[in-house]
Design a protein around this ligand. Structure first.
Ligand SMILES: [Fe+2]
Length: 350
């Protein structure tokens, strides 16, 4: 047995290829080529709060929530045609003004909210009213009804993270409007938090929900900050990420949602992490702090409330060159990669 060596004339090959094209068939040995490792079309990028906030406020002057199902600014990676921050996940800015609601609906895509500005507005998820304060994480998992309302006297602005590009690519998206504008806040008003927001404790008299997403939909910043500070006093943390915690599904210990894992990390004043990379794209939001990250060789300077993206398989390292701790929220599609046995990670050599 050996490799076959067939030398056809160019004319014969071109004639054959033309026939194939007319039959909607493509010879796989021409063009394309083999990719030895993931190479994202997306580029590392940072969107600064100093640009985002005025544009969100301007959107609130120009467009009502009657006109827009959601008043959202999509952060668009310069190299991705699909208007998303990263390959599989969007990172958007949403604003709800005092007295406004955003209508109730549901969709197959999973969503998270990381509150940036405003305290006291709320999101209703399947009838449960969830409070929103800066740094809080609120989940609206796949196919859960959700609407938002702002009963405060200031704007509510948050980061929306969704897996819509992935769901669209899989052609798996469903969407439905609720039969009225807002959900009735039901008996289960705060059951999600009452049942599952108690650390390692949960009700023993009832079976855990069968959903794959977390039954806990509100993770307050106050809890996360306290946990990070406790750990930072005792542990050095990850060489790549400092003190980093995952927001887990309290039933399984796994990721918050089947397609999206969420993290919060604390970089101590002066801390510089080592570079590593993984097969997942990651979007970051700077809850507070100032520093920079080197992502795929690009230096992304960040400060309070900025958003930045790290494409798949690009080395990233973080530097807090300020004199106060930095808190970064991040979300990744790693659960998808792990579920499909596609996940890898490695440290940068040397
Ligand atoms: Fe939604």
């Amino acid at each position: 047995m050996k490799l076959s060596d067939i030398k056809s004339s160019e004319a014969e090959l071109q004639d054959y290829y033309a026939q194939l094209r007319s039959q909607h068939i493509t010879p796989a040995w021409i063009g394309g080529g083999i990719s030895r490792e993931p190479k994202s079309k997306a580029v590392p990028w940072v969107w600064h709060w100093r640009d985002l906030r005025p544009q969100a406020m301007r959107a609130a002057q120009l467009v009502g929530t009657e006109q827009a199902e959601r008043r959202v600014l999509r952060l668009t990676n310069p190299e991705l045609p699909g208007q998303s921050a990263s390959n599989t996940m969007v990172a958007n800015i949403q604003i709800v003004m005092p007295g406004e609601i955003a209508r109730a609906h549901r969709h197959s895509g999973s969503a998270l909210r990381l509150i940036i500005e405003g305290k006291g507005g709320y999101t209703v998820v399947n009838g449960a009213r969830l409070p929103m304060a800066p740094g809080d994480l609120v989940l609206t998992p796949n196919w859960t009804w959700h609407d938002h309302a702002n009963d405060t006297d200031g704007p509510m602005i948050w980061l929306d993270g969704l897996d819509t590009p992935l769901v669209r690519m899989l052609e798996a998206g469903f969407y439905e409007e609720y039969y009225k504008e807002t959900q009735t806040i039901g008996e289960g008003a705060s059951l999600s938090v009452a049942n599952y927001g108690n650390g390692g404790l949960r009700p023993a008299w009832e079976a855990a929900p069968a959903t794959r997403y977390s039954p806990l939909w509100h993770y307050p910043m106050s809890q996360a900050r306290a946990a990070l500070e406790r750990l930072a006093a005792e542990r050095s943390g990850s060489p790549f990420d400092g003190i980093i915690l995952e927001y887990t599904n309290p039933v399984t210990g796994g990721p918050a949602m089947p397609t999206i894992a969420c993290f919060i990390q604390m970089l101590r004043a002066g801390e510089r992490t080592q570079a590593h990379r993984s097969v997942c794209c990651t979007n970051y939001h700077v809850i507070e702090g100032r520093g920079y990250s080197i992502v795929g060789g690009a230096r992304l300077d960040w400060e309070d409330k900025d958003v930045f993206t790290a494409p798949t398989w690009t080395f990233r390292e973080h530097v807090n060159d300020s004199d106060r701790p930095a808190f970064l929220f991040s979300f990744t599609d790693a659960p998808v990669m792990k579920a499909l046995d596609l996940y890898r990670e490695e440290a940068k050599a040397g």
